[in-house]
Ligand binder design. Structure first.
Ligand SMILES: [Zn+2]
Length: 550
């Protein structure tokens, strides 16, 4: 018994310490997010104070990561970094869909991964694994930090079967030839189907095509929870109803409940998933556990290419490796991962974002201006004896400084405030206000550009920045530009393509050196001129040869 008492005391002491720590670090700033469920901007209130459970639909892994993956990747990465910076402890779950996602998002047709495996004569899991690794690589290049948990649909078949059983027991699903379908009409009578998309059942019916092979369903809008596998179908698991596989919508109900509980804070994903995928998730959750399960639904808008939807048949389907290397015919040049990240942040996540070479080139220029200002700021700061507050700027440890600490470290002393200090204070405040107003990154960036303007004036000696001003600006760039927005320096473009260019440049420079050593001036000059013609400047300095891209 004594042991028991000691244990309780120890635990409560830890609790006490934890609460003290939380109180010290968290100055909770009001955060507003647009909830797709209410179609309104709402004040975010977590279920458990100081904690956020976030689930985001991840990629279906059957090809290279493309532009369409970059937007949710970057958007929710910035959102998580902001939450952590504000002092929340975040459990971020982003799944990998490696089974059940059929062609055209329909209930019939071939599994997307199995089809790729058949075409390439691979095991489906080989396709899923290779594509998952390539997706991770692309996200890493974009400086998107990995989620807290990355569950795979194929690793959660048991949990999915358990949910199907619960839905059948509740009377909202029926068996037909070994497959199980969700009874949308019955559910609609009791709970109302369509609360997320705002569609009535009649509207849903109108929008659902009667496809061949759907004879098993009672109604066209019913959706599959479990599909009996045809003899040639490779990805299959035993179940009480048939050897088969789960319906696509089911995995997210199963994995979000398993890792975040019956009810959790935020569910995110692309707007293309709002209907039917997320609508079906709500119906499945309600039918199996009596609650829709999610407090706030967040949806990022799509990327269009020169005003058109991206699609393989339109010839405008650009993968991220192609974008970073500039190898797609639509691309005028290679765009570095940070340029792409910056381009995404220049639009509000709920607005459309149109890709064009002009827009990417403008983003490249804007990013360059910010990163140059960071360099100038660091020089001004180090000359004034101000050091960086950041613990790390690799973007994987966002929220270098908790928001509360940040405010106290940058607050100017009472009475000593100059017009410039006041301006900097306003810039900091406005940047936070924008980020906390439904993650308004374009407005936040416009305030960052105000800071860039001040830094440029200080560099040109048109403005004097005090030590405190410099301290505040360094903290703003460390915490927001590097920390929350996750931008980082890219020497000569960054990423895999840049590494390749670097290697090639090394070779070319060595050849020019050899030509010079042999007094072969014609070759040496030709190399320099040909590089210049493709936009590469080389300069002989006392430290060796330097090269820059125009
Ligand atoms: Zn999902």
């Amino acid at each position: 018994m004594r042991l028991g008492i000691v244990k309780i005391n120890f635990a409560s002491a830890l609790d006490f310490l934890y609460i003290c720590r939380m109180r010290k670090n968290i100055i909770m700033r009001e955060l507003y997010i647009t909830n797709s469920l209410s179609r309104k901007k709402e004040l975010f209130k977590p279920i458990n104070e100081g904690h956020v459970g976030l689930y985001v639909c991840g990629p279906t892994v059957y090809g290279d990561a493309h532009l369409g993956h970059a937007r949710p990747g970057v958007t929710y990465d910035v959102f998580v970094k902001l939450l952590r910076h504000l002092g929340y402890k975040v459990r971020y779950v982003r799944n990998i869909t490696d089974v059940g996602h059929l062609e055209h998002d329909a209930d019939e047709g071939e599994d997307k991964i199995a089809k790729k495996a058949r075409l390439e004569q691979l095991e489906p899991m080989e396709v899923a694994q290779a594509c998952t690794l390539r997706y991770h690589e692309a996200m890493r290049e974009l400086n998107v930090a990995p989620p807290s948990i990355e569950p795979r649909a194929s690793g959660h078949i048991m949990e999915q079967i358990a949910i199907v059983k619960k839905i059948i027991d509740a009377g909202y699903a029926y068996e037909s030839n070994g497959s199980i379908y969700f009874d949308v009409m019955k559910y609609d009578r009791d709970h109302k189907y369509g609360i997320l998309s705002g569609r009535t059942l009649d509207e849903v019916k109108e929008g659902t095509r009667e496809l061949d092979g759907q004879q098993d369903k009672r109604a066209s809008y019913d959706f599959a929870l479990w599909k009996k596998a045809s003899p040639e179908h490779i990805m299959r698991w035993p179940s009480p109803w048939s050897d088969g596989f789960p319906g696509w919508h089911l995995e997210c109900s199963a994995m979000s409940e398993k890792y975040l509980g019956k009810e959790f804070d935020i569910h995110g994903g692309g707007m293309d998933l709002l209907f039917p995928h997320h609508e079906c998730e709500i119906a499945q959750n309600t039918a199996s556990r009596g609650t829709g399960g999610v407090r706030y639904w967040m949806h990022n808008n799509m990327i269009t290419i020169e005003g058109k939807k991206m699609g393989k048949s339109l010839g405008n389907f650009i993968t991220l490796p192609e974008l970073f290397a500039g190898t797609h015919p639509k691309l005028a040049q290679a765009y570095s991962p940070m340029t792409v990240r910056f381009f995404i942040l220049q639009a509000h996540y709920r607005g459309t974002l149109d890709f064009s070479n002009e827009a990417l080139q403008a983003a490249e220029k804007g990013l360059k201006r910010i990163l140059q200002a960071v360099k100038d700021l660091k020089e001004l700061a180090s000359a004034a004896g101000v050091t960086s507050t950041a613990k790390g700027t690799d973007g994987h440890d966002a929220g270098n400084l908790a928001y509360g600490e940040f405010l106290t470290s940058t607050a100017p002393e009472e009475g000593s405030i100059t017009a410039t200090s006041k301006e900097i204070k306003d810039i900091v405040e406005n940047t936070y206000a924008a980020l906390c107003d439904d993650l308004n990154t374009p407005i936040a960036l416009s305030h960052i550009f105000d800071a860039v303007r001040l830094i440029n004036s200080a560099k040109d000696k048109k403005l004097k920045l005090s030590k405190e001003d410099l301290q505040a600006l360094v903290a703003l760039f460390d915490n927001i530009v590097y920390g929350v927005l996750g931008l980082k320096d890219e020497e000569n473009g960054g990423g895999k393509a840049a590494k390749t260019i670097d290697g090639l440049m090394h070779m070319v420079i060595e050849q020019r050196k050899a030509a010079k050593a042999a007094k072969d001036w014609a070759t040496s000059d030709r190399i320099r001129d040909e590089l210049k013609a493709i936009g590469i400047q080389i300069k002989d300095t006392k430290d060796g040869i330097e090269w820059t891209l125009d």
